[in-house]
Design a binder for this molecule. Structure first.
Ligand code: HEM
Length: 463
């Protein structure tokens, strides 16, 4: 009996060791596929850790091999199982057809507690109130005028002088950092009526909170205060925390997404000079910027700013692909993979081709949002899509019209976060790659002193 007690744990250890060795050898010799091995006890965690630096690329390989949906098994006792999908039928089902069964869930709130009770992390009634209020504000007749005025003001006083300064000093700079600062200043000015001037010569750090300390009466703020007072759900915390959550969510949601898209756009432009020329011609001929719009769609297809969306089902369900989900299954919607699926975007899906977005009549082709998910789909689709396009078009037209951008030799790859940035930034060399065009001696004397009198074609084009 004593001998049995002693040898039993030993037996378990030997069995585990043999099983693991068998798995290892089996997979090492037989494996040609990119699907992760489901190891005893630790599940697929080792493969995840091994690919942490290239999560989006690995996920794409796995999903393409598994025809759009894959079950990830985490360690046995960790409750870390997930179902990843890029199948448009599943995406349509989860985001629209059975929307009510797929809230973001409490987990999302835990991971992204920075959003607090803001629109990105809440579900149900509070989300509905947030959405209604924000949509009302962004749909207001004066919103577009205010937005464009703010963007031009920040170009005139921030972006323009900074870019001129880099050109004069002949220094290397990170375009991604510049776009971060630009979109931060724009969204702060819009929401808080305060320009934190993070885009000033010297590029000083501006703490986020500083902007919140100088809140002044502004319609966005007043509307959210009114919304707070109307909410009877006692879970909202103080007015100050509620406003912080609400505004911070909009600031983060509107800032990093737009700056990432702008950075990828220029990264792709650097590799496609013919496309850049076409866009430059379109701007100079004061056309309607259809081709530029198509180039943005194409950028976001390949590098959707939000790569992953997280859902936690309320009840057991069967997805259109036949996969079962339970209330414990984390469902990951993998937007980065969708733009790289031959079945969805064609054999040339990895190529950057804005023309695929233009119809025979020269208009932008409409793609259903559950196929082109860069702005999400269904009831939680992005509210700021038009705002993002306006911002991106003005910035790109301004830069392309005034400068010739040339990217330094560097490896450009996506970061492994939910928001896909360019890993390590996008470095530009001002001496070689940052030349003023012939007719224009920079921002200052031409357009940005007083844009009322501005006669450049730039000011006249329609965004
Ligand atoms: C290129 C730029 C942008 C992209 C690619 C983008 C993409 C997205 C995506 C994928 C979502 C869904 C996220 C989720 O539910 O987890 C989303 C939601 C949202 N976006 Fe954007 N966005 C962009 C710019 C903006 C801007 C400028 C704003 C303005 C503040 C904005 C406001 C919002 C809001 C409020 C939501 C939440 C909608 C809801 O949950 O009902 N976005 N966006």
């Amino acid at each position: 009996m004593y001998l049995f007690e002693l040898s039993f744990p030993l037996l378990i250890i030997i069995m585990c060791f043999t099983y693991s060795t068998w798995w290892y050898l089996n997979n090492r010799w037989c494996k040609i596929s990119s699907l992760p091995t489901n190891w005893p006890i630790v599940g697929m965690l080792p493969e995840l850790i091994r690919n942490l630096h290239r999560v989006h690329e690995k996920t794409t390989e796995v999903l393409i091999e598994s025809k759009g949906t894959f079950e990830f098994h985490g360690p046995v006792f960790a409750n870390f199982n997930m179902l990843g999908t890029s199948d448009p039928a599943n995406i349509h089902y989860i985001l629209s057809k059975n929307f009510s069964n797929y809230p973001k869930g409490v987990e999302f709130r835990k991971y992204f507690d920075i959003f607090g009770n803001g629109i990105f992390s809440v579900d149900y009634e509070l989300w509905e109130i947030h959405r209604k209020t924000t949509m009302y504000l962004m749909g207001h007749a004066k919103f577009q005028t205010l937005l464009e005025r703010n963007i031009w003001e920040i170009i005139e006083n921030g972006l323009g002088p900074i870019l001129d300064d880099f050109a004069e000093l002949d220094t290397l700079f990170d375009l991604q950092d510049i776009f971060h600062r630009f979109t931060f200043d724009v969204i702060c000015k819009l929401l808080l009526d305060h320009n934190p001037k993070s885009l000033s010569i010297g590029l000083h750090n501006v703490p986020c909170e500083k902007a919140f300390n100088t809140l002044r009466g502004f319609s966005f703020l007043n509307a959210f205060i009114k919304m707070y007072n109307q909410c009877t759900d006692g879970d909202l915390g103080t007015l100050q925390t509620f406003l912080r959550d609400t505004l911070l969510s909009l600031m983060l949601g509107g800032r990093d997404t737009t700056s990432a898209a702008l950075t990828w756009f220029f990264a792709l432009m650097a590799k496609n000079p013919l496309i850049e020329k076409k866009i430059r011609d379109e701007i100079q001929q004061q056309l309607k910027l259809v081709y530029l719009h198509a180039a943005f769609c194409e950028t976001l297809r390949l590098f959707p700013s939000v790569a992953i969306e997280h859902k936690l089902p309320l009840e057991f369900d069967i997805l259109p692909s036949g996969h079962r989900v339970s209330p414990n299954t984390r469902v990951m919607l993998l937007f980065h993979t969708m733009g790289r699926m031959e079945s969805l975007c064609g054999k040339d899906c990895l190529e950057f081709k804005p023309d695929r977005w233009i119809s025979k009549r020269g208009e932008i082709k409409h793609e259903p949002s559950f196929k082109f998910t860069s702005f999400n789909a269904g009831p939680r689709a992005c509210i700021g899509k038009e705002m993002a396009f306006t911002q991106m078009k003005i910035v790109v037209a301004t830069i392309i019209h005034n400068y010739h951008i040339q990217v330094e030799d560097q490896i450009i790859s996506p970061s492994s976060f939910v928001i896909i940035q360019v890993k390590h930034g996008l470095k530009l060399g001002s001496s070689r790659g940052f030349l003023l065009c012939e007719q224009c001696s920079g921002f200052k004397p031409t357009c940005h002193v007083c844009f009322e009198d501005y006669r450049s074609p730039l000011y006249q084009y329609k965004v």
